[in-house]
Design a protein around this ligand. Sequence first.
Ligand code: TRP
Length: 344
Amino acid sequence: MDIVLTGDRPTGKLHLGHYVGSLKRRVEMQNSGKYNMHVMIADAQALTDNADNVEKVKNNISEVALDYLACGIDPQKVTIFIQSQLPQLFELTAYYMNLVTVSRLQRNPTVKNEIQMRGFKQSIPTGFFTYPISQAADITAFKANLVPVGEDQLPMIEQTREIVRSFNQTYKPVLVEPQAVLPENSVCSRLPGLDGAAKMSKSLGNCIFLADSANDIKKKVQSMFTDQTHLRVEDPGHTENNPVFIYLDAFCRDEHFAAFLPTYNNLEEMKEHYRRGGLGDGTVKKFLNEILQNELKPIREKREYLARDLGEIFNILRKGTEVARLKASQTLQEVKEAMGINYF
Ligand code: TRP
């Protein structure tokens, strides 16, 4: 059976980008019954650039867990766990560090970009710089062969594969080379922000969160960037690079037209009208709002219900963490045997 591992840093609530980019897919995989799935709340990774902000990371563990459960991740079918509670992951990281050069880490494009975005300049925390190695530990500890992620995580999977090959060659072949699983719909692998920025990101304040109220969603959709050249309704408009249409590409299905906007049969007809001129942004946004409200309402309601009993959320996490710890310690044992450092 395929073994799947994926995770999120608990630095904030999860948003629509997470939802279309990975959460939906995880639920589908879970429900197919074909995978042995693990979902990790990567609090230790979140601390690599939040050393002085432990409280924030801590508070967001339950927020992320609520987002998972509200979207339909089922703890009966999936092992949900907290990264920092598995010391085995840190031991594996230490041994893998000896297989990776500093210059190899410096070439990681995602880390490079994150260092720039965070303005670290010369003051990069060592833990942050080396997090791709700890991510390799996360993945290999479970012998995961599939890692569903967004595009920005591809360099981490590549790094993991290199570590696995190097380990297996240097010692004994006990580790499994993982593969990334990207979202099928390419618009979903990187949903832009409400402001058209390349990505939805908490720090840019351009997100719709799964926990947002109906009113917040409505206001955020109304504030979205559209085609800047589409000034009057009659003007011809552009649908490509237009965030509102990108969101429609990600969320809209033909039945939404029947339900909310029967003037058109499908998105292509609506796009043609927009390009021709005569279709106002207000109408398009209203339609997008209906679709998002429809999709997010059940998630928000389930989230509110679950949030009433955080004790139960931590029970779920504790049980998942115990299961995960057992698997990770088994792999660690094999790793130490392969290296010949199982002295006692
Ligand atoms: N780096 C991932 C993120 O920022 C989180 C993560 C940590 C992860 N360990 C992982 C994802 C292992 C997949 C597999 O979202």
